[in-house]
Design a binder for this molecule. Structure first.
Ligand code: CAA
Length: 248
């Protein structure tokens, strides 16, 4: 009997997370989505996904908390039996110029966007090594590559994710575990469409040569490729998907 591989997507119920969960399920994975303790209606999301023909498992976790992340991954392993793909997708913004930024804005963004990558990857590598391979995909941002006004916290966390990727890619290469960063530009998700209309039209859209926001499904397609057996030679890479906004 063919083994069905298991993918875990943190922040799986958000705009990009949902697209990634759906795409990985269509690629043949059993998919688990994490949601934060602040999410009041995970059942609503699961039901809506079922209506669209998707069956996901959901795990509540504060990805910024080490012990909670450890507990959650152990629970997943005992229920699902394996872990093949980890997509570190959970992320938040607390945009403010540094002059106005509060210490809490810094701490919250660092723990959710960066500590989470350590917390989850630390749990994932052991089962992946034991299984003879795996995939870790860190969802960063164009703003980690080029910086953005009002995002000293977010840009720092997103840039640091790729340092983590490169170091862990070296450690994991001989185990068949690839570790990569995906750096999306501005996507049509709530995180981006929540910015004031004026900022969108005068500051964001003019920076994007393709002339539009990206679709979450476009990024999900790249994540599916990196999750596949075909992508075994891609590791330590930072793949930009940003409509031409930033080329490095
Ligand atoms: N570039 C240059 N100058 C800017 C600026 C910008 N982007 N934004 C504001 N300024 C200027 C203001 O005009 C103002 O100038 P004056 O003092 O001369 O009037 C000065 O900087 C200070 O402005 P504010 O007092 O408004 O600054 P603030 O600390 O309140 O922060 C902000 C403003 C909240 C950052 C606001 O600019 C904003 O909402 N920007 C958009 C943030 C954004 O795009 N976030 C993206 C979220 S999505 C995402 O990040 C996903 C991803 O990965 C791509």
């Amino acid at each position: 009997m063919e083994i069905k591989k298991v993918a875990l997507v943190t922040g799986g119920m958000g705009g990009l997370g949902t697209a990634i969960c759906q795409r990985l399920q269509r690629a043949g994975f059993r998919v688990a989505a994490t949601y934060s303790p602040h999410n009041s209606s995970p059942e609503g999301w699961l039901a809506a996904q079922r209506d669209e023909g998707y069956r996901f498992t959901a795990y509540k976790v504060d990805v910024g908390d080490f012990a909670d992340s450890e507990w959650m991954v152990q629970k997943l392993l005992s229920e699902q039996g394996r872990l093949d793909v980890l997509v570190n997708n959970a992320g938040i913004t607390r945009d403010r110029s540094l002059a106005k930024m509060q210490h809490d804005d810094w701490v919250e963004v660092m723990r959710t966007n960066l500590d989470s990558v350590f917390n989850l990857s630390k749990q994932a590598i052991e089962p992946m090594i034991a299984q003879g391979g795996g995939r870790i995909i860190n969802i960063s941002s164009v703003n980690g590559q080029k910086g953005a006004f009002g995002q000293t916290n977010y840009s720092a966390a997103k840039a640091a994710m790729h340092g983590f990727t490169k170091a862990l890619a070296l450690e994991m290469a001989r185990h068949g575990v690839t570790v990569n960063t995906v750096s999306p530009g501005y996507l049509r998700t709530k995180m981006v469409t929540a910015v004031p209309e004026e900022v969108m039209t005068s500051r964001i859209l003019p920076q994007i040569p393709v002339g539009r926001l990206g679709e979450p499904e476009e990024v999900a397609g790249l994540v599916a490729y990196l999750s596949s057996d075909e992508a075994a030679f891609v590791t330590g890479a930072n793949i930009a998907i940003n409509g031409g906004q930033h080329m490095s």
